[in-house]
Design a protein around this ligand. Structure first.
Ligand SMILES: Cc1cc2nc3c(=O)[nH]c(=O)nc-3n(C[C@H](O)[C@H](O)[C@H](O)COP(=O)(O)OP(=O)(O)OC[C@H]3O[C@@H](n4cnc5c(N)ncnc54)[C@H](O)[C@@H]3O)c2cc1C
Length: 400
């Protein structure tokens, strides 16, 4: 008899879990996602700035699942509730029973309710619809500038709230696009100004001094104004009001300053932290049910020293590999060790062919070399998905 594993979420974690479980003929997997595609969030910065197109950041989940064979199927649906006692998930496509459940539902932008006007006045990038709207607006602003008569004091301000990985990458890519096209777009483009605002004392909080130093230098060379230790109090009428009384004018605001986990409701309560992330047992299971696992951004992950791991695609994939191996280990009656992961490295894309990166805490690179290394990693990921898609697409068309 096959074990039926249901995975909620076709993001970085959900897909990696499937890759590691798919070879087992005693396992059948149903992947559920509200969207028909896997959204490559890590490439969102390039999409927004017009460097990549929609086909570079979306992968069809049905074709991808077909690429594995009959044991893996995809259903597009919204999961509303988990019935842990009944071993069933309630979805917009009806109830689905499981033997083992993996929650890989990721996170969304947290437009903090205590910052008045933030949600109404800013864009996020955690889902493709928001990224699409953001891209259109950025393009519209550039068009407006190029198409207008220049006035002496007509700076067009773009503000980014949150100087973590996504805020920094988006700021750099937009600034690079504008700077690169001064000649073709004319001097009007120079009046587009970007400000990066963060409440922390430094940009990229938690990252090494090397990464922070060189990222700061690069952002400044792109003409980006950096405001750290700056708490946003409220957003209204084209103005960002900071707690210390300062006012930052804006025409267009992006918020990347916080996330909140997506977690489906359940009749059994489980522990969550301030970010809404599931606090799991040492084996990444939900404490009320030993056959329900959680991985990726929706769960609080720690390394062997108990230090919190940042919510990244890398940690989502590591937790997914661990959960897949644990499930297989338990099916084979083998002992399973607790989850401990460490970060192999980080690369920050900083506009055009420039990046800053660190690998294994020892190798430090910046400039074009770091850009090429980052590109190699993302290309490798994309090519893996594409190969699977090609197989799935062929199978689908062969059966028509
Ligand atoms: C601009 C940007 C740049 C980034 N750069 C990097 C980087 O350079 N390196 C890095 O490691 N990380 C980076 N990240 C972070 C990375 O993208 C996330 O950490 C990663 O996507 C988390 O993977 P996940 O599988 O946990 O969740 P996700 O990839 O968010 O996937 C979750 C999936 O669950 C689905 N879902 C959620 N709720 C439901 C429901 N109720 N029913 C059905 N489906 C549901 C969603 O539709 C989604 O497909 C970046 C993020 C952004 C926004």
């Amino acid at each position: 008899m096959q074990t039926h594993i249901v995975i909620i979420g076709g993001g970085y974690g959900g897909l990696r879990a499937i890759e590691h479980l798919a070879a087992r003929s005693d396992i059948r997997i149903t992947l559920l996602d509200r969207n028909p595609y896997h959204y490559l969030q890590t490439e969102a910065y390039g999409y927004i700035a017009g460097r990549f197109d929609i086909h570079d950041i979306a992968i069809d989940l049905d074709n991808w699942c077909r690429g594995f064979g009959q044991n893996i199927t995809f259903t597009q649906c919204e999961v509303s509730r988990i019935d842990m006692d009944g071993r069933r998930v309630e979805t917009s496509a009806g109830g689905i029973e499981y033997d083992q459940l993996i929650i890989a539902t990721g996170a969304r932008t947290n437009f903090f309710a205590f910052i008045k006007g933030l949600r109404e006045n800013s864009y996020g990038v955690k889902n493709m619809m928001r990224a699409f709207n953001f891209r259109r607006e950025f393009e519209r602003l550039i068009f407006e500038k190029v198409n207008s008569v220049r006035e002496a004091d007509d700076d067009l301000q773009i503000a980014i709230g949150g100087a973590g990985l996504s805020g920094v990458e988006i700021a750099a890519e937009m600034a690079d696009v504008i700077q690169k096209h001064y000649k073709t777009l004319g001097s009007n483009a120079e009046t587009i100004k970007i400000t990066l605002i963060d409440a922390a004392e430094t940009i990229l909080p938690g990252m090494s001094d090397y990464i922070v130093r060189h990222t700061t230098k690069r952002l400044e060379s792109l003409g980006i104004r950096i405001m750290t230790g700056a708490f946003i109090d409220r957003v209204e009428n084209g103005e960002i009001h900071l707690k210390d009384g300062a006012v930052v004018p804006y025409r267009f605001m992006i918020f990347t300053g916080g996330i909140i986990a997506n977690t489906p409701a359940s009749e059994r309560s489980y522990t969550t932290n301030k970010m809404g992330q599931i606090v799991p047992d040492p084996y990444l299971r939900l404490t009320p049910a030993m056959n329900v696992y959680a991985l990726g951004d929706c769960v609080e992950l720690r390394d062997s020293r108990g230090t919190l791991l940042p919510p990244t695609a890398q940690t989502a994939e590591k937790s997914a590999e661990y959960v897949a191996k644990s499930i297989i280990g338990r099916l084979d009656g083998k002992p399973v060790k607790p989850f401990h992961a460490k970060i192999d490295g980080v690369f920050v894309a900083l506009g055009g062919r420039y990046a800053v990166g660190e690998l294994f805490g020892a190798i430090r690179v910046r400039g074009k070399t770091a850009y090429l290394l980052k590109k190699l990693i993302t290309k490798g990921y994309y090519l893996g998905l594409k190969l699977r898609i090609n197989t799935g697409f062929k199978k689908r068309t062969d059966t028509l």
